[in-house]
Ligand binder design. Structure first.
Ligand code: PLP
Length: 418
């Protein structure tokens, strides 16, 4: 029987198997046909403490007994109030306000709207957004507009707005990026904001750049009064070794987007956090100044309860120790493959490793990606390369045996299909 379900980023015209997952725990998925699959990419980078974490599941169950959903325009509830306070306590000053939404993409839309709203409301309208080459910020119209253009969004190009793109700060060529940013900031038509994925560009190819460059970009923005937006949707929650990647550069953004691991990866929720200046620009007695954004499920109480459980885990358990440990184990595994003649650019930041298999400049749409995906699935692994870039980003609780299986399979792929 064919399924009526239309899957994201999935070519239904290709005969690819679509596994049906019945249950999951830790870093392991169990399929309907009895297979035990290792989740090497944290189910699209969301699962931090492992699937079905007992504390998060219990918090969700508890919340369902009290309050399911309530309009959030002019109403509030305890899980959202607690979450905002506790989240800000983990963030650097002066971030002071939390706006809720439902996904990483919407947290970016909110950030862009906040930036333009800020400049409008203080009477100095600005519209230009500066972005980094190869960025990914989501698949909504704003998210695509500030992300890399390519085959995946060319059909929608007429819907996208123009942005200014900085060259990716490759090691040794960072100055070009900084010079371009400086020039854009000096322009009479000043940018409203720069948006970046700090230290690690994810879907654009798992590209790493230095904390010094991040700090320098932040400094240029501050000096020219251009807002600095950190999209920590993927890098947040310890992925790069610290709670936020920005910490490693001593950078405090004007706006921070978080999602994915906010609920430990259990249910959808996102936040966009902003400084007092941005909040105050929207607060007046004039209704035209308010922040015009909402969605029906803004700050859903069940999702907020899950996020509160995640924060409790961060506060009460040695999460950063586990992250450091996974970083060391990932590093040891990567060393096994680093010098393989068909491996290039083996790299790591925190809990994430990546490498190109075969052609070092392989295209995203090359046929190796789907072949690798199929091969890894045949080895009972959820490992979904970006073109020929294979990356490993597991839940923090992954067992050594399962890491061995992941890297063993990459080694086997190198010998058989690359
Ligand atoms: N921003 C970044 C950096 C991301 O990596 C992603 C998703 O991978 C998004 C935004 C979009 O998040 P979502 O898929 O939850 O809309």
């Amino acid at each position: 029987m064919t399924s009526p379900v239309w899957h994201p980023f999935t070519q239904h015209g290709l005969e690819q198997p679509i596994p049906l997952v019945r249950s999951a725990e830790g870093a392991v998925l169990h399929t309907e046909d009895g297979r035990r699959i290792v989740d090497a990419i944290s189910s699209w980078w969301v699962t931090t403490h492992g699937h079905c974490h007992p504390r998060i599941m219990a918090a969700i169950a508890e919340q369902t007994k009290a309050l399911d959903q309530i309009i959030f325009a002019g109403w509030t509830h305890e899980p959202a109030e607690t979450l905002a306070r506790d989240l800000l306590a983990m963030m650097p000053a002066p971030l002071s306000h939390v706006f809720y939404s439902d996904s990483g993409s919407t947290s970016v839309e909110v950030a862009l709207k906040m930036a333009l709203g800020y400049w409008r409301n203080i009477g100095k309208p600005r519209h230009r957004i500066v972005v980094l080459e190869h960025s990914y910020h989501g698949d909504t119209i704003g998210g695509m507009s500030v992300g890399e253009r390519g085959v995946f969004n060319q059909a929608y190009a007429p819907l996208l707005f123009d942005v200014e793109t900085l060259p990716f700060p490759r090691a040794g060529a960072e100055q070009a990026t900084l010079d371009r940013l400086e020039a854009l900031c000096r322009d009479d038509n000043k940018p409203a904001a720069l948006i970046v994925e700090p230290l690690l560009l994810g879907a654009g190819g798992m590209l790493i750049y230095s904390p010094e460059t991040l700090a320098a970009m932040r400094e240029i923005c501050a000096r020219h009064d251009v807002l600095f937006i950190a999209d920590e949707v993927m890098t947040g929650w310890g992925r790069t070794g610290t709670l936020l990647a920005c910490e490693q550069a001593g950078v405090v953004p004007d706006i921070v987007c978080l999602s994915k691991g906010l609920t430990g990866g259990a249910v959808p929720l996102a936040v966009t956090m902003a400084t007092p200046a941005i909040f105050e620009a929207h607060r007046s007695r004039d209704r035209a100044d308010m922040f015009f954004h909402s969605s029906s499920y803004t700050a859903n109480p069940i999702a907020c309860a899950a996020a509160n459980a995640n924060l409790a885990i961060w506060r009460e358990e040695p999460v950063l120790d586990g992250i450091a440990d996974l970083g060391r184990r990932q590093s040891a595994q990567l060393e096994r493959l680093r010098d393989h003649p068909k491996v290039s650019n083996a790299r790591q930041i925190g809990t994430v490793t990546a490498m190109e298999l075969g052609d070092p400049n392989g295209a995203y749409m090359s046929d190796l990606g789907p072949r690798l995906l199929e091969f890894f699935l045949s080895r009972d692994l959820l490992l979904r390369p970006l073109g020929n870039t294979v990356y490993v980003m597991p839940p923090y609780c992954i067992a050594d045996d399962d890491l061995d299986r992941i890297y063993g399979a990459i080694g086997e792929a190198l010998e058989t299909i690359v």
